[in-house]
Design a protein around this ligand. Structure first.
Ligand code: BMA
Length: 351
């Protein structure tokens, strides 16, 4: 099961994944990359235009990290769960790679037992899709579709594009069908390892940097954080998903610093990259949130990146990133101008 491409401690054989891991270690020493989910496909007041980005329209550069979600690739659908065509997603991933940027993938698959969406936590789905379960072969098909997409990420010259992938994210929460109320920690670990094994060993995805990405949790400690951890050989980067959903800056700052104290120390112990794998203040109610709330905490840590969630075209409350004319635009430019925040132009020559 152990393979060189999944090891973060110095590549044995050079694969697209090990090259990206090495690059991420270099970059983590330079600053914190700023990321944005679905950045080039829609924004707070537009959708599907080409060549647009709320981030670039505000500060003149693309985010260093772009996030995309694979939800519904399990059916080989044309569009993901948020309406993004997979062909467009592939095109934007290639463009982001060509400009020197980095790509992070998540996956919100439907519930394989009930056929309902990813938030349907019923049906003991994890047990059913594992090797002894009744839906294992169906699930293998799903993983093959994921692998086909990830393997299809190549430049025009045929160079395979590496991506950060964080399967079964927020598993310590109870909202997804792989969450804490729907399976045991052991089952979740088996699911992660099964996913890893299929994608890496069977489908030869040598371009995945593997991320472990639980959600923020009250009174978190090392044991809690690692409760679902699949093992060092399956993980290159550890992170945390953490939001402010109720406009409480103080609480967000306190929680973020507790989580970052914890995961940067675990990261140092385990020699793993560390990131804020999802974050944001819902609706962005404060004009200076980026520099005065987020950055006041984040600046104290060595982190790979912070990925702000999407400016949803389909849900009014889901605004997590600045945009032209938004009250946060001036403050975001100030964040952009800081030496330690990295956008594409800051990283493109650091290979
Ligand atoms: C969630 C929300 C959903 C969305 C999903 C996948 O956190 O933003 O509206 O469908 O991510 O992008």
């Amino acid at each position: 099961m152990l393979i060189a491409s999944a090891c973060s401690c110095g590549a044995v054989s050079r694969t697209p994944a090990t090259k990206l891991i090495k690059r991420l270690w270099k970059l983590q020493k330079v600053g914190i990359m700023i990321g944005h989910q679905d950045d080039p496909v829609y924004g707070s007041s537009w959708k599907w235009d080409e060549g647009r980005s709320d981030v670039r329209d505000v500060c003149g550069d693309y985010p260093a990290v772009m996030g995309f979600d694979l939800g519904k690739i399990e059916y080989q659908a044309d569009k993901n769960l948020d309406g993004v065509p997979f062909s467009r997603m592939r095109k934007e991933i290639i463009a982001q790679y060509n400009r020197g940027g980095i790509i992070a993938l998540s996956w919100h698959p439907d519930n394989p037992v009930t056929g309902k969406d990813t938030w349907d936590a019923s049906g003991n789905a994890v047990k059913e899709i594992l090797p002894e379960g009744s839906l294992n072969s169906k699930f293998e098909g799903w993983l093959q579709h994921v692998a086909n997409f990830i393997n299809s990420l190549t430049t025009e010259k045929g160079v395979k594009i590496p991506v950060i992938f964080r399967p079964w994210h927020e598993m310590n929460g109870a909202w997804f069908w792989w969450g804490s109320k729907s399976c045991t920690p052991q089952e979740l670990q088996n699911l992660y390892r099964f996913t890893f094994h299929k994608l890496v060993k069977e489908y030869h995805c040598n371009n995945i940097v593997w991320a472990y990405s639980p959600n923020y949790q009250e009174n978190n400690d090392e044991d809690q954080y690692l409760k679902y951890y699949p093992g060092n050989e399956f993980v290159d980067l550890i992170g945390i998903d953490i939001y402010d959903f109720d406009h409480n800056n103080h609480k967000y700052m306190e929680h973020l610093s507790l989580e970052l104290n914890l995961i940067t120390s675990i990261g140092a112990d385990k020699k793993k990259l560390v990131a804020i794998t999802e974050t944001g203040a819902q609706r962005l109610p404060d004009s200076n949130w980026f520099t005065q709330v987020f950055w006041q905490v984040a600046k104290n840590y060595k982190l790979s990146y912070a990925l702000f969630w999407r400016n949803a075209w389909d849900t009014e409350k889901e605004i997590y990133m600045t945009s032209p004319g938004h009250a946060t635009a001036t403050d975001f430019k100030a964040l952009f101008n800081l030496k330690k925040t990295l956008f594409v132009n800051d990283i493109k020559n650091i290979k």
